[in-house]
Write a protein that binds this ligand. Structure first.
Ligand code: TEU
Length: 560
């Protein structure tokens, strides 16, 4: 039997503050904007809000480059605003989870400013340095760099420093106990303010073999499934650090700790989340969202991914936590294209129905659902036509790579429309049909999707059959049916290329979920007689109870 926990029963709503609501007219969302929308947030029926980073940052990577962990980004507001926000959430029975970015800081953090000054600076060992007289350090990937290198030469001390992301994001040295204590005291400070947990950015990457040995493709193939992310998630002492963090911080509060599980595998998952390990509570894997990416490209995607593969990934990840541990489920976030464009169908006739179908999937699976803001109204990819419209460091670097290689830049822009450009999922929230979708009175930092005049929250509030109201029904259904939270998951009709069918079972209660992932009618061959079944929810206005599903139809049935 599974131990009950509030964070297992919760629906988490992710807010990308930069794009949520601007109240001071600078084109950038802010904390006051979130405060203004608290009643809306509460009305969704969610339990926990996870905020992307809101700390001081020069914003090379939209807040994932932190220059001060204990202050608020000036575009977002003040610490007073934060306190008001936290209070407003708690008054409404909502919990607040913060992003914790401690694999790296900003190069503008005072630790790094000191560290780079001299080789004997007291902060030198807060980061990873490689003296140039030892020659060039062994290759490590730097995700957002045009040359792909995770090392950057720094003239002041004739040394290279490590950065797994951009050069504006130097990696912190977790081997240094002083650094670890700084992080723990910062975490304690936030938790004492009353926040309810952390989502930990690339936490599997914090541990490094600081001899920095040469890693060959053969090593990667043999030991790390051929993948750099798996290598980076396998550093020495990783679990010692997480255990220490648990002891010094997490264990003192009733909070949740979520690992962004980059490089986490079916095999390593338990090491992070099993309760008896005393480390973290949940992780989110990348296998689902990696499906269809062309290997080696961040941004190119095969639109013809297979549903059979999709079902296998989610079924394998369900099975891994069958006896122990606890999983999560998500289909998009600030690093991914919009779920409706990617896994559903964003053509006008299918947009609403397919996004409701995906919501049904997320809220009827086992594992804590992480639901990305804007998906509740069915927002779709930005599909920008020119590179100048993009703001994301990753897309801009990928574009430069193609340019330098003499590749097809027009094709690159086309690929982004269906592909992985992160700005696809970062466009401003579409509140209403007024200028800039009601997000801001000023020109937004990133263009609003042109469809805001027809696709917006205000219009959907008035329509009982809207995507928004469907999401509310679905959160309610999950909250009132423990079988949808804790029930055993069984996949049916495994090889069906169009339909995802499964049951959930708990203490004599059995629910059947039928999801048509295609734009055609499709038959679910479950062998279950639907005659006496009771419809719990259906995403079409005219309810049916047939094994032949309409395009993108979702049907949740209670079996008698
Ligand atoms: O993302 C980590 C990560 O693995 C990314 O490389 C991601 O998979 C990729 O960008 C997808 O296109 C986290 C944050 O979620 C992301 O926003 C940050 O940019 C990154 O860490 C660095 O902090």
């Amino acid at each position: 039997t599974i131990e009950r926990k509030w964070w297992k029963e919760a629906v988490v709503y992710q807010i990308y503050p930069r794009s949520f609501k601007d109240t001071d007219g600078d084109g950038v969302g802010d904390l006051k904007g979130i405060i203004q929308k608290l009643d809306y947030i509460k009305s969704l029926g969610i339990d926990v809000v996870w905020l992307n980073p809101i700390y001081s940052s020069p914003n090379a990577d939209n807040g994932y480059d932190i220059s001060d962990y204990q202050s608020i980004m000036k575009e977002f507001g003040t610490m007073e605003d934060f306190d008001t926000l936290l209070k407003g959430m708690h008054e409404r029975g909502l919990k607040l989870v913060m992003d914790l970015v401690v694999n790296h800081s900003s190069d503008e953090h005072k630790w790094f400013q000191e560290s780079r000054k001299s080789r004997d600076n007291p902060y030198r060992d807060y980061y990873h340095w490689w003296p140039a007289e030892k020659g060039k350090p062994a290759f490590r990937p730097g995700a957002f760099e045009v040359d792909g290198s995770g090392w950057r030469y720094d003239k002041q001390t004739d040394s290279y420093y490590l950065h797994y992301f951009s050069y504006k994001q130097p990696d912190l040295n977790w081997e240094n106990p002083k650094l670890r204590q700084e992080i723990y005291s910062m975490m304690n400070w936030w938790l004492q303010k009353g926040i309810d947990g952390f989502r930990m950015d690339v936490i599997p990457f914090i541990a490094k073999d600081t001899t920095f040995p040469v890693i060959t493709q053969a090593d990667l193939d043999k030991n790390y499934q051929g993948r750099w992310d798996v290598f980076m998630a396998s550093g020495p002492h990783l679990h010692d650090y997480l255990k220490e963090m648990n002891k010094e911080v997490l264990s003192k509060y009733d909070v949740m700790a979520l690992a962004e599980g980059s490089g986490m595998t079916l095999k390593s998952a338990h090491d992070f989340v099993d309760a008896d390990r005393k480390e973290l509570d949940m992780g989110y894997h990348f296998e689902g969202t990696n499906l269809g990416y062309i290997p080696g490209y961040f941004t190119k995607m095969n639109p013809n991914w297979s549903l059979v593969d999709f079902k296998k990934i989610y079924s394998d990840w369900d099975a891994v936590y069958d006896q122990k541990g606890w999983g999560t489920i998500y289909l998009g976030n600030h690093d991914q294209p919009r779920m409706t464009s990617r896994w559903g169908n964003d053509a006008p006739e299918f947009r609403a129905v397919s996004s409701k179908m995906l919501t049904t999937f997320l809220l009827s699976m086992k594992g804590t659902p992480y639901y990305y803001n804007g998906d509740e109204i069915g927002m779709v990819n930005a599909k920008f036509n020119k590179i100048e419209d993009y703001r994301d460091i990753e897309t801009i670097a990928e574009y430069e790579k193609v340019k330098i290689a003499g590749g097809d830049l027009k094709q690159f822009i086309e690929d982004q429309k269906t592909g992985g450009a992160r700005d696809n999922g970062r466009t401003p929230f579409q509140w209403d049909s007024s200028k800039n979708g009601g997000f801001s009175t000023a020109e937004p930092w990133l263009k609003v999707n042109e469809n805001y005049t027809v696709l917006n929250a205000a219009a959907q509030e008035k329509d009982p059959n809207s995507v928004l109201n469907y999401f509310r029904k679905m959160t309610k259904l999950r909250k009132s049916n423990p079988v949808l939270v804790y029930g055993k998951y069984t996949l049916l009709d495994k090889n069906n290329p169009n339909v995802y069918a499964y049951t959930r079972e708990l203490e004599g209660k059995k629910v059947l979920v039928l999801l048509n992932f295609s734009a055609k009618n499709a038959v679910a061959n479950t062998g279950i007689n639907l005659k006496n079944a009771k419809v719990l929810i259906n995403n079409y206005a005219t309810v049916s109870k047939k094994a032949t599903l309409r395009p993108y139809e979702a049907l949740v049935l209670e079996l008698k």
